[in-house]
Design a protein around this ligand. Structure first.
Ligand code: CDP
Length: 135
């Protein structure tokens, strides 16, 4: 037994901004979340950094290369031992396509407020709006 508490496993999500807009992706699964919108991402694998995981997930889901930037918004506790964090992601190459989602949308501040975001990602709305309004 160790006295050191295990660190939370992380799920990373990417906020890609371009031309005053933010990229959102529409989920296809699970049924309860299908049709709702999220920042694309996924689980960090064992021995993988969050930055590498974000690059891998966005390559797999959007067919783009990104550079992982700074954190945006609060930590969202998904369950015991699993935390969701958003990072800014800078597009390095490629044009995002929905390989894993129903569709993609580039939204401005007003549109962001009208999208049916998954509950977890709603925690980031204040910072996402602030960033969009500053662009
Ligand atoms: O792709 P992978 O299976 O690694 O991860 P995922 O199933 O896309 O995401 C892992 C968990 O994080 C799920 O419960 C998602 O609903 C949640 N998630 C979220 O709430 N918001 C996001 N922007 C991305 C993932």
């Amino acid at each position: 037994m160790s006295d050191v508490p295990a660190r939370d496993r992380e799920v990373v999500a990417g906020a890609i901004f371009r031309g005053g807009r933010l990229l959102l992706a529409q989920r296809t699964s699970p049924p309860a979340l299908a049709g709702r919108w999220e920042l694309p991402g996924g689980k960090v694998e064992e021995f993988e950094t969050p930055q590498a995981a974000l690059a891998r997930e966005l390559r797999e889901e959007l067919a783009v290369e990104v550079r992982c930037g700074t954190r945006i918004g609060v930590d969202v506790q998904l369950s015991a031992g699993l935390v969701l964090r958003a990072y800014r992601a800078e597009l390095v190459s490629g044009e995002p396509v929905a390989l894993d989602h129903a569709q993609l949308a580039w939204v401005d501040a007003e549109e962001l407020l009208s999208m049916d975001l998954v509950d977890n990602d709603r925690a980031w709305i204040p910072e996402l709006l602030e960033e969009l309004r500053a662009l």
